[in-house]
Design a protein around this ligand. Structure first.
Ligand SMILES: CC(C)(COP(=O)(O)OP(=O)(O)OC[C@H]1O[C@@H](n2cnc3c(N)ncnc32)[C@H](O)[C@@H]1OP(=O)(O)O)[C@@H](O)C(=O)NCCC(=O)NCCS
Length: 210
């Protein structure tokens, strides 16, 4: 058992290297500090305004159960990292990507398995370029790991997030139907490698023009 756990851990690569201001590590769901930091970020209505309602946790215990059922690092070797300030160690947010089924065609029954990139940060750290700095580090990590494509979903009205994606090489490939928060866009990094058999492209709204 111990041998199996060690073998699995050995396959999990190191997190992205530190940037000028930021450091990366895995979330520890056994740490009270990490659990509370994660829960409190998702408890801020401004932070989750454009986030999937499924990612709003009713309690720390429920959140821990949900995260424990879906350990992406053990399965894929990557997931969402803690992003913290190098100077103080304070957690500022989370950034990473995870394998999931995404509806990328007009047909709601047609899904493909993609690596979905995402992030969110405590409100007090917004507007300082931290999300862009972290996104650059994480996308470079993906390049080094040989991950050909990252996908992202964003509500067009979430301008700072659209800018983060554009700044790290994502291109809009599909504009979804309006939803209560706005209009969802699907973006891909390395979009030229998208196989046309996998995706039905619709008239794509470029985020820059939306
Ligand atoms: C979206 C989010 C990650 C942006 O984080 P951030 O650290 O403020 O982003 P940055 O400081 O790196 O700024 C990114 C870009 O947005 C721009 N920006 C920042 N705040 C802005 C605002 N209020 N209005 C318009 N543009 C803004 C910046 O000028 C920058 O643009 P540039 O690259 O052209 O210079 C952060 O607001 C957040 O955590 N929001 C809640 C969670 C969320 O929505 N996650 C994304 C889901 S898809």
């Amino acid at each position: 058992m111990i041998v199996a756990a060690e073998a699995r851990a050995a396959r999990i690569p190191d997190p992205p290297p530190p940037t000028r201001r930021l450091a990366f590590r895995r979330w520890d769901i056994h740490s009270d500090t990490d659990r509370l930091a994660y829960f409190l970020m998702f408890a801020d209505p401004a932070v989750v305004r454009y986030i999937d309602p499924e990612r709003r946790y009713p309690s720390v215990a429920a959140m821990t159960d949900m995260l424990a059922k879906d350990p992406p690092f053990d399965r894929w070797g990557y997931g969402f990292w803690v992003v913290s300030l190098r100077v103080s160690g304070e957690t500022v947010g989370t950034c990473g990507f995870k394998r999931r089924d995404m509806q990328v065609a007009a047909d709601p029954d047609e899904h493909v398995s993609v690596d979905e990139f995402g992030y969110l940060y405590k409100r007090k750290f917004w507007g300082q370029g931290l999300a862009t700095e972290a996104a650059q580090a994480v996308t470079q990590w993906a390049d080094a790991a040989g991950i050909e494509q990252l996908w992202a979903r964003v509500i067009a009205e979430n301008t700072p997030s659209v800018r983060v994606l554009q700044g790290t090489g994502f291109t809009c490939v599909q504009a979804g139907p309006p939803c209560p928060e706005g209009r969802e866009l699907i973006l891909v990094r390395n979009a030229q490698a998208v196989k046309s058999s996998e995706v039905t492209f619709t008239a794509a709204g470029n985020p820059a023009a939306s």
